[in-house]
Design a protein around this ligand. Structure first.
Ligand code: ATP
Ligand code: MG
Ligand code: MG
Length: 420
């Protein structure tokens, strides 16, 4: 993709915007862009520099993303709404064409890497709560104040404000910026610190160990292992990023939105979507944080499509889709008969989120009941019945950290003692 119309090749210490930004190291990449850690010589701060591919469709997409990000920044002067902040934007001419560049506040690793570092076991409840509060704060702001739908909410698109890996956080560890390309060093003089190497190796070994055990035990359910030390000292605030697919509620961008596993039923059935589609994705994300596994992983099978498998899984966890809802979308006839039953997947194994949490993920009955009580309303098949982000923020589960609120939530002393 490093050709005309594609990515812009960057070397360490390359300059951008008339010398204001100096490239330090690559942070990540996506379908549209590469993202670099850069040093802002004007503010003396590190920033994330997102360099878009140069072909017209990518520039168009960047213009849209900049428009949304500008609105997000304008409505949040104190920068406390848990959404990534656009600092600046400009054009950069390179051998592959003109690239639109976005300068964003520098954030840490994604929730997906956090789940990986935690060996695909769930995070502790207090962490899930903390993170959930941040995401819901962002959604409440986007939905209620800006009328923006994110449309691609998932762990990968939520970044921690502090880093898992201390050597990746140049601000905290006080690493001095590279201002010039050192001569004769093909890596541009960047030395990967030994601590970073060690942490990477340790995470790799941990994941390898857990996969071995999974194979050995046929499912890998068992006692929750102690979280690795890498998680110590993280405050767990996070921010929603990647507004490339976001849209204003009154002008939806596409019929098919969202990443498969986080896709709401109304999107699959094409019966129209709005803010509630983000709430569905949020519930899937919260489930994944708490269990370490995706809630829905549909697959194409013999005689049925991925969409049909997805709808079947939803019904197996959440109960039957009401006939009126099942039959109301532009694509309903492909999947459902007129009674509201799936045409090609006939025998469903009905269960519930409660049971799943207890049987598969070994939650205690009380934990399962409370967490399922938080998630279930957001997974209502009727998008109009799902709670708003503002309503979710009021849910007792989110505010149940202290013992008193646990007592208020109906838990007895013995259960609290047993937990300690
Ligand atoms: P996609 O194909 O997901 O739409 P994209 O080209 O729009 O990708 P982003 O998802 O915005 O790019 O960013 C790509 C990666 O760069 C992210 O997954 C993340 O690892 C990193 N990244 C993005 N923004 C930041 C930031 N503000 N701070 C640190 N890293 C970031
Ligand atoms: Mg992305
Ligand atoms: Mg994007």
């Amino acid at each position: 993709s490093y050709r005309k119309g594609g990515y812009h090749a960057v070397r360490i210490a390359d300059n951008f915007s008339a010398g204001r930004y100096i490239a330090q190291k690559k942070l990540g990449w996506g379908q549209f862009s590469t993202v670099w850690l850069a040093y802002d010589t004007e503010s003396s701060k590190y920033v994330a520099l997102k360099i878009q591919k140069s072909a017209p469709q990518f520039s168009q997409a960047a213009i849209h993303e900049i428009e949304i990000l500008s609105a997000v920044a304008a409505g949040d002067p104190s920068n406390d709404k848990c959404t990534v902040r656009l600092v600046d934007h400009f054009k950069h001419a390179g051998p592959n064409g003109q690239h639109l560049c976005m300068v964003l506040e520098f954030l840490g690793d994604s929730l997906l890497s956090l789940i990986k570092y935690n060996r695909y076991k769930g995070l502790e409840f207090h962490r899930v709560r903390e993170i959930s509060r941040c995401i819901l704060t962002a959604l409440d702001y986007l939905h209620r104040e800006l009328r923006i739908i994110h449309t691609d909410l998932k762990p990968e698109n939520i970044l921690l404000c502090s880093n898992i890996n201390p050597s990746k956080d140049p601000i905290r560890s006080g690493v001095t910026p590279v201002l010039e390309r050192p001569e004769g060093n093909p890596n541009g003089g960047v030395v990967i610190s030994s601590i970073e190497k060690r942490l990477k190796q340790r995470a790799k070994r941990a994941v390898a160990r857990i996969s071995e055990r999974r194979i050995g035990m046929g499912g890998g359910v068992g006692r929750t292992p102690k979280p690795p030390r890498i998680l110590d000292g993280i405050d767990f605030t996070c921010k929603v990023v990647d507004f490339g697919n976001a849209c204003w509620a009154d002008s939806p961008i596409a019929e098919e939105i969202q990443t498969r596993q986080y896709r709401a039923p109304e999107v699959i059935l094409q019966s129209g979507y709005s803010f509630a589609a983000d709430i569905w994705s949020f519930a899937c994300t919260a489930f994944e944080l708490a269990t370490g596994e995706m809630m829905f992983t549909p697959k194409t099978g013999q005689g049925f499509s991925e969409d049909e498998d997805h709808l079947a899984m939803m019904m197996e966890f959440l109960g039957k889709i009401p006939r009126k809802i099942a039959t109301s979308g532009a694509r309903s006839k492909e999947y459902f008969d007129r009674y509201g039953d799936l045409k090609r997947i006939r025998r469903l194994k009905y269960g519930s989120i409660d049971r799943l949490l207890v049987d598969k993920y070994k939650f205690s009955d009380a934990d399962a009941r409370e967490f399922a009580g938080f998630l279930s309303p957001m997974l209502d098949f009727d998008p109009d019945k799902r709670p708003t982000a503002q309503q979710c923020l009021q849910h007792p589960w989110l505010n149940a950290d202290s013992e008193t609120s646990r007592l208020n939530a109906g838990m007895n002393d013995l259960e609290i003692k047993a937990k300690k």
